[in-house]
Design a protein around this ligand. Structure first.
Ligand SMILES: *Cc1c(COP(=O)(O)O)cnc(C)c1O
Length: 224
């Protein structure tokens, strides 16, 4: 794919951000670079991508070793294993997948100022991570004892379905949970960011209040 292809695809996404979001200026577009080569990532950055998302620590570190992507914000969107947390803290600016107190404790102890989002399992699918929506408020109250970790919002992955109503329901639920938990904010726990929407469903997510959309194939084309 040529630079112009990337520019065209990013333009389409930016047009949709203006069409579907109530607050287009607030939207952060995360180019999900998992499985794509450093060469492709560099082209996407030349085309305007400013934030990249990776979901595997090992793969991401191999790429960052080859190219440091100066000035580009790095978001970790994959499962968090406790033995790899320190590597994530050292190499990323955001984590989207916080869902266990054990990991919270580790991050808090490290005094890292990395920005974290709590993942919520709005689909109920066992293959997906995330806190059960029913248990979210208690989870957040449990986190009140941690005074260092920086929590900025919530993230979800929509259910694996073609049914747009089901997908919309999952995004509406996440937005509702964000609003409900504003009362549970502390000095270091805030609920401003909503990370939701991928290539197939980001226009719905934008309508439902997403502030971060995570797009891979919509920028890079299909994965092999
Ligand atoms: C792969 C992935 C994406 C991007 O998916 P696309 O369908 O390629 O846009 C977004 N979020 C997470 C958590 C992912 O793993």
């Amino acid at each position: 794919m040529s630079l112009q292809n990337y520019i065209d695809r990013i333009n389409v996404i930016n047009e949709n951000i203006h069409k579907f979001s109530q607050n287009p200026k607030k939207i952060k577009l995360i180019g999900v670079t998992k499985t794509f080569s450093v060469e492709k990532i560099k082209t996407a950055i030349n085309a305007g991508v400013k934030i990249i998302g990776e979901n595997k620590v090992q793969d991401a570190l191999a790429k960052f070793k080859e190219e440091s992507f100066p000035g580009i914000e790095r978001h970790y969107i994959g499962k968090l294993q406790s033995n790899k947390v320190n590597k994530v803290l050292d190499n990323f600016h955001f984590i989207h997948s916080l869902d266990r107190e054990k990991i919270v404790k580790k991050i808090d102890n490290s005094k890292s100022q990395i920005k974290c989002l709590i993942e919520v399992n709005t689909s109920g699918e066992k293959s997906k991570g995330g806190v059960d929506p029913e248990k979210l408020e208690n989870f957040i109250l449990e986190l009140h004892k941690y005074k260092n970790i920086q929590i900025v919002g919530l993230m979800t992955i929509s259910p694996l379905t073609e049914n747009k109503n089901e997908i919309r329901k999952s995004f509406k639920q996440l937005k509702g949970l964000l609003e409900v938990n504003k009362k549970n904010e502390t000095d270091n726990i805030h609920f401003n960011e909503l990370s939701m929407g991928m290539t197939n469903d980001y226009t719905i997510a934008l309508q439902e209040g997403a502030t971060m959309i995570r797009i891979g194939r919509g920028i890079f084309g299909s994965r092999k």
